[in-house]
Design a protein. Structure first.
Length: 219
């Protein structure tokens, strides 16, 4: 299953008209003050984790050995940005591995994303409609897949489908559309009433054919 939280007005438009708004990478990096959602390093090319370092500074033109001051800094890193341009559409997912094993009650905490939830119970059909909608609007270079999450100490390539582990509660599935124009994309793919519903209750109960049940909390 896929689900998306947001403003009730936007979720209603998605459900009734299939209205999708794909933001630019630049916008996603600084869209709001919600630290649970906004990632200033989204889509960078690579990162080098430095950890604890000492930084020596002085006024330009002065002898740094004589007039410089040394500051301790921690959790430092160097990043290499990417010149890739395009638009991104994000959803959260409840994936197979979440429903395997002991089938313990699960909690997905994305409450800060908005008050309303749309639950898409036929994700394959939804993605097909999105792909067709984008292609009908002239966008052919499209990639979609799950986002993976790297630990804080990670050094290496990042790209568009890796994010810091502090965002792992998002369980994100991401659709990326290559676009030379640094502007949002808005499309409509039609009503989703046959593959989704608006969820007013944060508790979902799954019943399995073996008689077991599992509670999912969309907090």
């Amino acid at each position: 299953m896929l689900y998306k939280r947001g403003n009730p007005k936007h979720i209603k438009a998605l459900y009734e008209q299939g209205e999708l708004y794909l933001s630019t990478i630049d916008f996603i990096r600084k869209c709001d003050d919600n630290a649970d959602r906004t990632d200033p390093y989204d889509g960078i090319s690579k990162r080098l984790f430095l950890g604890d370092v000492k930084v020596k500074m002085c006024d330009v033109g002065k002898d740094i050995d004589k007039y410089g001051i040394t500051l301790d800094a921690n959790n430092c890193l160097m990043i290499e940005d990417s010149d890739k341009k395009g638009n991104i559409y994000c959803l959260s997912g409840i994936f197979n591995e979440h429903l395997m094993g002991e089938r313990n009650d699960l909690q997905f905490n994305t409450k800060s994303f908005g008050e309303a939830i749309i639950l898409i119970y036929n994700p394959k059909e939804f993605i097909n409609r999105v792909l067709n909608g984008l292609k009908n609007n002239g966008f052919d270079n499209i990639i979609y897949k799950r986002v993976s999450y790297y630990p804080n100490e990670f050094s290496g390539p990042i790209g568009l489908f890796r994010k810091h582990e502090k965002f792992n509660a998002q369980n994100e599935l991401r659709i990326f559309v290559s676009n030379d124009k640094n502007e949002p994309i808005k499309i409509k793919i039609g009503s989703l009433s046959d593959i989704a519903y608006i969820e007013n209750n944060s508790l979902l109960k799954l019943s399995y054919t073996d008689g077991k049940e599992q509670i999912i909390k969309l907090e």
